[in-house]
Design a protein around this ligand. Structure first.
Ligand SMILES: [Zn+2]
Length: 397
């Protein structure tokens, strides 16, 4: 099996390179929008669908008409077409599932910030020179703060505000197995405390961006008071975007650190099988039968709060980070059915909703065992995971 991994580095382009990169973004955006137009038109007028391969074929003709667009290599153009193709694939997937997704949209300059090189041509990672070579742009200074592993296969260059980032996707990344520790852990991805471990440890939410979010709320409030079209408003928009990026980054870092620590410390990590997409979906609007224009209360506001907590905890992200780190380290990650884990007593096994006194306190109505509710849940999760693993090793599942 090929193990993949993506490495992310900061890029430091010179003034001139920044201009070239920005110009490339303009060309790519133009190509993206033109390719989208082609797909829309073909369908609207001829009921004909245009594929990624069809669109790649037209690139050769583009060399004569718009040589500057193709000057930095066909790979880069293919990357853009691939991106459009992914947007369509996602659209069709959601339609098939019965949703009502938005049709892929034309991109404005603010919404088009990345350049994708889909195969190995047109760029070269030069680790020892601390440079990234890009065809048509030159050698861009890069801080490779960690060594790449495996074989670099594709890259993405992304603009975030005034900063530029490089992502290198590597394949054939060798595994790095860790020594067994003889310890197991159950993990409860709760909403209030973010993460509770079966050993009693609580990893609290502040690490996951709630502090930065307070500043974000403040910045957004200030944005609302600025005159549309003014320079102050434009600057405020940029600082709101910067804060958003910081929240995301902090959450990502926290998830990385926690998953690394769990993988280092435990041989077996048991998690709840969370169906994130169901939990974060907005509740359906409920029309009021009495008044055709109005809607009944559907709990959307309460759910929005819960959704934000789930997103903030980054549990989906944590689960996927854990899985790939565990795989490389030779650790086992097991997911178990979350039913009853918060109502079951971890001491005597008694299940009753009344056991859970408050969001935070668990007190068993039969044996009187008392614990933090999420830690109690984490212990149940660990037990369920061990049982599952025992069944699997007996060959019964
Ligand atoms: Zn009990």
């Amino acid at each position: 099996m090929t193990r993949c991994r993506t490495f992310r580095f900061r890029l430091h382009p010179t003034f001139r390179q920044t201009e070239s990169l920005a110009r490339q973004l303009d060309y790519r955006r133009e190509l993206y929008n033109a390719a989208l137009e082609e797909r829309r038109g073909a369908w609207a007028w001829e009921r004909r669908s245009v594929s990624y391969v069809d669109q790649c074929r037209t690139l050769t003709g583009l060399v004569d008409v718009r040589p500057e667009v193709v000057a930095s290599g066909v790979t880069l153009c293919r990357g853009t077409l691939k991106r459009l193709d992914r947007a369509f694939a996602g659209f069709y997937r959601r339609v098939k599932r019965g949703g009502t997704p938005g049709y892929p949209r034309f991109k404005s300059a603010q919404r088009f910030n990345s350049l994708e090189w889909e195969d190995r041509s047109g760029w070269k990672v030069k680790e020892s020179d601390r440079r990234l070579y890009l065809l048509g742009i030159g050698e861009v200074k890069t801080n490779y703060h960690r060594a790449l592993a495996g074989m670099p296969k594709a890259i993405t260059v992304k603009r975030e505000g005034t900063r530029w980032w490089l992502s290198v996707r590597c394949v054939d990344v060798p595994a790095q197995p860790l020594e067994p520790t003889g310890r197991d852990v159950g993990v409860d991805l709760g909403v209030t405390n973010v993460v509770a471990l079966s050993n009693g440890e609580l990893v609290v939410g502040e690490h996951f961006g709630s502090h930065a979010r307070a500043r974000l709320t403040e910045a957004q409030r200030s944005l609302a008071t600025k005159q549309p079209g003014s320079n102050r408003r434009r600057r405020q928009v940029e600082s709101v975007a910067q804060l958003h990026r910081r929240v995301t980054q902090q959450r990502h870092n926290a998830a990385h650190q926690l998953s690394r620590r769990l993988v280092n410390d435990y041989d077996l990590i048991v998690l709840e099988k969370l169906v994130i997409t169901n939990m974060v979906r907005a509740p359906r609007a409920r029309p009021d039968p009495e008044r055709p224009e109005a809607f009944l209360v559907n709990g959307a506001a309460a759910k929005a709060g819960l959704n934000r907590s789930i997103h903030d905890a980054g549990s989906g992200n944590l689960t996927s980070l854990l899985s790939y780190k565990a795989e490389s380290a030779g650790r086992i990650v097991v997911t178990v059915d979350p039913r009853h884990t918060s109502q079951r007593c971890a001491e005597c096994g008694h299940v009753e909703a009344g056991n859970r006194v408050t969001q935070a306190v668990f007190r068993c109505l039969v044996c009187g065992h008392e614990d933090h509710a999420d830690v109690n849940a984490a212990r149940n999760i660990l037990r369920a995971g061990r049982a599952l693993l025992a069944l699997a090793s007996d060959g019964r599942i």
